[in-house]
Design a protein around this ligand. Structure first.
Ligand SMILES: [Zn+2]
Length: 92
């Protein structure tokens, strides 16, 4: 019997892993900066690609980088606060 992740919709798979995708999420860039971004899965990416990484602008280091979503429980309180205060889009 072959076990595959294929039948799981990506959003469900991500939720099972503990990620809160589908809105405001905290991500970490390759240089370790954390910030908030809007992560709407399933638009252009497919499969686990969207869970693993995305290439986008990091407003903390002011550079482009691969970013990955992080679980809030994996962050310290200080990191969570920092991430909420830094967003790649201006907050109205
Ligand atoms: Zn960065």
């Amino acid at each position: 019997m072959v076990i595959t992740m294929e039948p799981l919709p990506p959003l469900v798979a991500a939720r099972l892993l503990g990620y809160k995708l589908g809105g405001n999420v905290i991500v970490r860039c390759r240089q370790g900066h954390v910030y908030s971004t809007i992560w709407i899965p399933g638009v252009k990416l497919k499969g686990l690609d969207l869970v693993v990484a995305r290439f986008q602008y990091c407003p903390v280091g002011k550079h482009w980088s691969l970013v990955v979503p992080v679980r809030e429980k994996d962050l310290t309180e200080g990191e969570r606060q920092f991430a909420r205060q830094h967003h790649d889009l201006p907050i109205p």
